[in-house]
Design a protein. Structure first.
Lengths: 102, 464
C-alpha cells in the first residue's frame, strides 16, 4: 500500500486538488442553471471513453468476446459524451433563444 | 507523438474546468458547454489516432471508429428528440452509459492485467468496476421511476438484499486480499460485477419519487468517481481530472438538494421520512375548504397588480407550462406583474422547473428563487399554486409533529390571496395533509391544470 502511494504521488496530489477545484467551481451556481450544469458534468465523465479506447486497443484481434465487450464499452462511452453535450446545448439554447426575442 | 497527446490532454482538462465554471453564469453557459465539448472531442480523437499510430490498421481500430461514429449519431438524435419533461430520464440514461462503460472496462482489463502482485492496483480496478456497475443499474431504475413507473418490489426484502449485497461487495475483496478466498482477478471481478449490478437496483428502488433530484445527482457523481478510479488504473490524468471534477461537484449538488428538503442524505437513501405522530389524518377533517370558480379567479387576476405562480411537478405532468406562459403574456398586457416562484427541488431533477419554463419562453428575470421573495410575500395580490403541494405546506413551519417539519417552504399563505389548482384533495409526496388548503385566504380550484389554465386564458381574453 505504501509502495502504491509512493508510486502514485503525483496522481494523489492531483486528485486532492481536483476535489477542491470541483467543489469550488460549482459552489455559486444559481438554481436556474442546476440542470444544464448537471447535464454538462454528466457529459464530462464520459471521458471514461479514453480508457475504453486504450483497453480496446490491447485486446487480441481474435478474442471475439472481449472485442464485443470493448465495442459496447466504446459505444456507451461515446453515447455518454455526445448525448450529454448535445442535451446540455439544447437546454441552454432555450435559455438564450428567448433572450434574443426580448 | 505522445507529447502531442499529453498537451491535448492538458488542454482538455483546462477546457473542462473553464467549461464547468462558465456553466455557472447564465450568459456564458452556452460557451462553456461548447468549450468543454471541443476539448473532449480533441482529446478523444487524438487518443484514437495516437494509440494506433505505431500499429497497422486492424479490426480493433475499425470497431472503435464504428462505435464512436454510431455513438455520436445516436446520442445526437436522442438529445434532439427528447421532450423537455423527459430531460431527467435522458440524463440518467446517459449516466447509465458512462457507468456501463466503466463496468465493461473493468471486466476486460481484469483479464489482461499487467501489474501482477500489485493488490492495490487491483483494488482500484475493482472499485472502478463496482461503482460503474452500481451506477449502471441504479440509473436504469431511476430512469423507470422518473417515467412514473413504480417498480413492484417487497420493501423489506429489498432492504435486506441491499444490506447483504453491500456486505459482500466489501467482504469479498478483503477475503481475496488476504488469500482466504482463492479467486483469479478475472473471476473475482465477474463475481463482484454481478453482485454490484444487483446492489445498484436495490439501492435505488426504495428511494421515493420526490427524492429523485438527489438520486440523479448522486448517481452522476458516482460515475464520475468510477471514471477517476479508472484513470488511476491507466495513469491517465485526463480521466482522473474529468472524473474527480464531476464526482466532487456532483456530491456538492447532492447535498444542496438534501438541504433544500431538510433531509439528510442517509435519510433519503434509506427512503424514510421522519416518523409522524399520525395526527395529520385527524387534522384533515377540520380543514375548511373553500372553492373558487374559473370566472372569479379570472376577474381577480385581471384586477391584480402583482401575481405569482408557484409551479410544481404537476404542472410538468399536465404539460401545462406553455399555457402558463400564455397566461403570463395576457396578464402582462394588462399591466399585471407576474413572477414565478420556484422551490429548489421542484421537478424531478435539480433546476428542472426552470428548464421547462424556459422552454415555454418565460423570461429569465421572472423566475424567482424561494429565498429571494419569501420575505416580500405579502406584496403579492394573488398567488396561484399549480401542481405543487408539500413545498407550500405551512406545516413545515408550525407543526413539529409533521414529517416535513423544518423543510424550507415558499410562504404562499402570507400572500393576500392563494388559489390552489389541483385535481382533488390527494396528498403530496410526503403523504401529509396540506394545512394551506384550510387557511382563510386560500381558495381551491379542483380541476386539471391544463383545462383550468386554458379556460382562464379564454376568460381573460373575453374580459379585455
Amino acid at each position: 500500500m505504501l509502495e502504491f502511494i509512493h508510486g502514485n504521488q503525483a496522481s494523489i496530489y492531483f486528485i486532492i486538488l481536483s476535489i477542491f477545484l470541483g467543489i469550488e467551481i460549482i459552489s455559486n451556481v444559481p438554481a436556474i442553471l442546476h440542470t444544464p450544469l448537471m447535464s454538462g458534468a454528466n457529459a464530462i465523465h464520459g471521458v471514461i471513453l479514453a480508457g475504453a479506447i486504450i483497453v480496446m486497443q490491447q485486446v487480441p484481434a481474435d478474442d471475439y468476446l472481449n472485442l464485443t465487450l470493448g465495442f459496447i464499452a466504446v459505444l456507451m462511452g461515446t453515447l455518454n459524451i455526445s448525448g450529454g453535450f448535445f442535451v446540455t446545448g439544447r437546454i441552454l439554447s432555450m435559455f438564450s433563444a428567448k433572450k434574443a426575442t426580448k | 507523438m505522445t507529447t502531442i497527446l499529453d498537451i491535448s490532454y492538458f488542454i482538455a482538462i483546462l477546457s473542462f474546468i473553464i467549461g464547468l465554471k462558465y456553466l455557472s453564469f447564465p450568459q456564458k453557459a452556452k460557451l462553456g458547454n461548447l468549450i468543454a465539448g471541443i476539448g473532449m472531442t480533441v482529446a478523444i480523437l487524438l487518443t484514437i489516432i495516437i494509440s494506433f499510430y505505431q500499429q497497422t490498421i486492424n479490426t480493433n481500430l475499425v470497431l472503435i471508429l464504428i462505435a464512436v461514429v454510431l455513438g455520436t449519431v445516436i446520442g445526437q438524435i436522442m438529445a434532439k428528440k427528447a421532450e423537455m419533461t423527459k430531460m431527467p430520464q435522458l440524463v440518467s440514461f446517459f449516466n447509465a452509459m458512462g457507468g456501463g462503460c466503466a463496468l465493461l472496462l473493468g471486466i476486460i482489463e481484469a483479464q489482461q492485467f499487467h501489474e501482477a502482485n500489485n493488490r492495490m492496483a487491483e483494488v482500484v480496478l475493482i472499485a472502478a468496476m463496482i461503482i460503474g456497475a452500481i451506477s449502471f443499474t441504479g440509473s436504469f431504475v431511476a430512469y423507470y421511476k422518473l417515467g412514473g413507473k413504480e417498480v413492484p418490489a417487497n420493501r423489506s426484502l429489498v432492504l435486506v438484499l441491499s444490506r447483504i449485497t453491500l456486505l459482500f461487495l466489501i467482504v469479498i475483496p478483503v477475503l481475496v486480499s488476504y488469500s482466504f478466498l482463492d479467486l483469479s482477478l478475472a473471476q473475482e471481478v465477474l463475481v463482484l460485477a454481478s453482485i454490484a449490478l444487483v446492489y445498484g437496483i436495490v439501492f435505488v428502488i426504495p428511494i421515493g419519487g420526490a427524492d429523485m433530484p438527489v438520486v440523479i445527482s448522486l448517481l452522476n457523481s458516482l460515475t464520475g468517481m468510477a471514471t477517476a478510479l479508472a484513470g488511476i488504473m491507466f495513469h491517465n490524468l485526463l480521466m482522473i481530472s474529468g472524473g474527480i471534477l464531476v464526482g466532487s461537484a456532483g456530491i456538492l449538488l447532492t447535498l444542496l438538494m438534501c438541504k433544500a428538503m431538510n433531509r439528510s442524505l442517509w435519510n433519503v437513501l434509506s427512503g424514510k421520512f421522519k416518523k409522524s405522530g399520525g395526527i395529520n389524518s385527524a387534522n384533515g377533517e377540520e380543514l375548511d375548504i373553500k372553492t373558487i370558480t374559473i370566472g372569479e379567479l379570472s376577474t381577480q387576476l385581471a384586477f391584480a397588480n402583482k401575481v405569482a405562480i408557484i409551479p410544481g411537478y404537476g404542472l410538468a405532468v399536465a404539460q401545462a407550462q406553455h399555457l402558463c406562459a400564455q397566461l403570463d403574456a395576457i396578464l402582462e398586457k394588462k399591466d399585471v406583474e407576474v413572477h414565478y416562484i420556484i422551490h429548489p427541488v421542484a421537478g424531478r431533477m435539480p433546476g428542472h422547473m426552470n428548464v421547462l419554463l424556459a422552454e415555454a419562453d418565460v423570461s429569465y428575470d421572472k423566475l424567482k428563487e424561494m429565498d429571494d421573495v419569501n420575505h416580500e410575500m405579502k406584496s403579492y395580490d394573488l398567488v396561484i399554486v399549480i401542481g405543487a403541494n408539500d413545498v407550500v405546506n405551512p406545516a413545515a413551519e408550525n407543526d413539529s409533529s409533521s414529517p416535513i417539519y423544518g423543510m424550507p417552504i415558499i410562504k404562499a399563505y402570507e400572500a393576500k390571496q392563494v388559489v390552489v389548482i389541483k385535481r382533488g384533495m390527494s396528498k403530496g409526496y410526503a403523504g401529509v395533509e396540506n394545512n394551506l388548503f384550510g387557511v382563510p385566504n386560500c381558495r381551491m380550484l379542483f380541476t386539471d391544470a391544463k383545462v383550468a389554465l386554458n379556460e382562464i386564458n379564454n376568460e381573460l381574453k373575453r374580459i379585455s
